[in-house]
Ligand binder design. Structure first.
Ligand code: GAR
Length: 210
């Protein structure tokens, strides 16, 4: 298909969400967009190996090679612009992007978060911590959210959510795997396809899927 959206995926670690996107692309579920580059914020991120195995360009723009956030983001933007990226997907990307950066991609950056926003989200809620906090609070249901990225950490309009039940006595590590398997890896490719196909319309905080 012509006019596929050019997708850039930002990662920081293992990249199982990236893998779900790659699998969706291979399987034809993600057909209105194409992953053109994977950018890791950390050298040695396993996600880069996943990209390589799939024949997708992977690069590293390492946060710690830059003295400040502005110069890191300028370098990141340059790499994305060079490749004419239309849509950015944050798939386990552990840095918060500035308002200034986000403005280059209005309603074109999405993130997957491992909880049902507005629970267990915001500054300090990332990765395994989210599940530890959910367990210590004692909630019986958690899940995942795919949302637009705006200037507030995990604060952008919600696109898709899926609930996951918390079994008695489960560890944070096992809960993380369960949420990935039952929610994140299903929602993220789905949201990516909807966005690339132009089927996601935001009206203030409310998102309408057409
Ligand atoms: C995922 O659970 C993702 O939702 C979470 O980190 C994990 C990354 O795993 N992201 C955040 O907490 C961002 N706030 P992955 O590298 O295997 O996709």
């Amino acid at each position: 298909m012509e006019n596929k959206k050019r997708i850039g995926v930002l990662v920081s670690g293992g990249g199982t969400n990236l893998q779900a996107l790659i699998d969706a692309q291979m399987g034809g579920e993600l057909k209105s967009g194409e992953i053109c580059v994977v950018v890791a914020s950390k050298a040695g991120a396993y996600a880069l190996e996943r990209a390589e195995k799939a024949g997708i360009e992977g690069i590293c723009v390492e946060r710690k090679s830059f003295s400040d956030k502005a110069s890191f983001e300028a370098a990141l933007l340059e790499e994305l612009t060079k490749r004419r990226i239309d849509i950015l997907i944050l798939a386990g990307f552990m840095l918060v992007l500035s308002d200034r950066f986000i403005r280059h991609f209005p309603d074109r950056i999405i993130n997957v978060h491992p909880a049902l926003i507005p629970s267990f989200c915001g500054d300090g809620f990332y990765g395994l911590h989210v599940h530890e906090r959910a367990l210590s609070y004692g909630v019986k249901v958690t899940g995942a959210t795919v949302h637009f990225v705006n200037e507030v950490t995990d604060g952008g309009a919600i696109i898709l959510q899926k609930a996951v039940e918390i079994p008695e006595g489960i560890s944070a590590e096992d809960l993380q795997q369960k949420v990935m398997r039952e929610a994140e890896h299903i929602l993220l490719p789905k949201a990516a396809e909807l966005l690339c196909a132009g089927r996601v319309r935001r009206d203030g905080r409310r998102v309408v899927i057409q």
